[in-house]
Design a protein around this ligand. Structure first.
Ligand SMILES: *Cc1c(COP(=O)(O)O)cnc(C)c1O
Length: 384
């Protein structure tokens, strides 16, 4: 196969070799059901509980605050829907932002269509919210704040610990979508002051289809999925041991690379190089930014065509959100930053991992300007 330069780690990641090694016995001989009492089943049970302990160590919480789910999306749905239900006697007001991932955005839209009142805080031009606006948005009927820890399209890191303090002073539950943050920046739930935190396995080197919800001790959440009572009655369905074992092994490996100094260096080299292309803008916060995300808008270009041409060079990239890739609507995140529809169409996200090399960056910086120039020459939007 020809050389592949994979720069779409915010969409999904290669499965870590340690995760593959860890899961092999469970794909072959250790197929027992963790709920079974014989030794074969108990091997799965032990793996399950060891994995829970690993996740708890990374989040600096108790193992019994960790629940395994079927995805980041499921964790988010469970957190938001059950949190507001738990507080239904207090009110129906929720506070969030305009730049959430569709998993949060569409869960809130569903609640909005079903009698809830949602306040979406404004984002500034780099994707930051105003803490004063957050404070003044809290009402006596506010039951939940759901604000992502770091944005998947533009890499902006939000002030989660400050939000946590405001939420806790107001006595309002706080959920954070930490899918892009975990294993990239510190995620100690005590320091962040969160009640609920969602994460996903496949964004950090595990297989697809496994996630975690952290639920602070004492918070009673109704299950989203009912059945045989697995996960202490909170998330039924025979446990996805393969997913869970890969999640724990991948997470352990990923956090061992933190802080991501080399990734950050490559990201900055990429940003510096790409910004040399005329009429190109960095999107997201230049300072409070995920180590692995470089994101841009190019004037006079259509993002999808850019991705197709990059693919011809073996470069895997994205326009931002995987979910908006096949729709013609520009990203709601870029619009929230105040970009025009036209500019927002010309977006590109390059997301790195520890697997990326200097050569990957040099190769991309060689090809990208050529591809951009070619598209601009062909574009009716481009006015020279
Ligand atoms: C990928 C992602 C999700 C969804 O996680 P899945 O496991 O793919 O369902 C949610 N939020 C953010 C910020 C993401 O990047």
């Amino acid at each position: 196969m020809e050389k592949l330069v994979y720069l779409d780690n915010a969409a999904t990641t290669r499965i870590s070799q340690k995760a593959i090694d860890a899961v092999m016995p469970f794909l072959t001989d250790n197929y027992g059901n963790p709920s079974s009492l014989y030794s074969l089943g108990q091997k799965s049970k032990v793996a399950l509980e060891n994995s829970r302990k690993t996740v708890a160590d990374v989040l600096a919480c108790r193992p019994d605050e960790v629940y395994f789910t079927g995805s980041g999306t499921e964790s988010i749905n469970w957190a938001i829907k059950s949190a507001v239900k738990a507080k239904k006697d207090i009110g129906k007001h929720i506070i969030s932002t305009k730049i959430e991932h569709p998993a949060v955005k569409n869960t809130l839209k569903y609640l909005g269509d079903n009698g809830y009142d949602i306040t979406y805080l404004e984002s500034d031009s780099v994707g930051q919210i105003s803490l004063d606006e957050l404070r003044s948005s809290i009402r006596s009927d506010t039951v939940l704040i759901s604000i992502m820890m770091a944005n998947n399209e533009i890499g902006t890191i939000l002030p989660t610990a400050e939000i946590g303090r405001i939420a806790s002073e107001a006595g309002v539950l706080f959920h954070t979508d930490a899918v892009q943050a975990v294993a990239h920046i510190p995620t100690d739930v005590g320091e962040l002051g969160v009640d609920l935190l969602s994460l996903s396995g496949h964004k950090l080197g595990a297989v697809k289809g496994v996630g975690v919800l952290y639920v602070k001790k004492g918070l009673k959440l109704e299950p989203l999925i009912h059945g045989g009572g697995q996960e202490r009655g909170k998330r039924s369905g025979t446990e996805n041991i393969f997913g869970i074992v890969t999640l724990a092994a991948a997470l352990e490996e990923a956090v061992s690379h933190m802080p991501l100094t080399q990734v950050t260096k490559l990201r900055d080299k990429l940003i510096e190089g790409v910004l040399k292309i005329p009429r190109t803008q960095l999107t997201g916060d230049p300072v409070n930014r995920l180590p692995g995300i470089a994101s841009f808008v190019f004037e006079g270009i259509e993002g999808e065509s850019l991705l197709l041409l990059l693919n011809q060079h073996g470069i895997c990239a994205s326009s931002g959100s995987a979910c908006s890739s096949d729709s013609l609507d520009p990203s709601h995140v870029l619009l929230a930053l105040g970009l025009s529809h036209e500019t927002a169409h010309g977006s590109l996200r390059l997301s790195l991992s520890v697997d990326n090399t200097e050569q990957d960056i040099d190769f991309t910086l060689e090809k990208l300007p050529i591809v951009v120039e070619k598209l601009r020459m062909m574009s009716p939007l481009w006015k020279g």
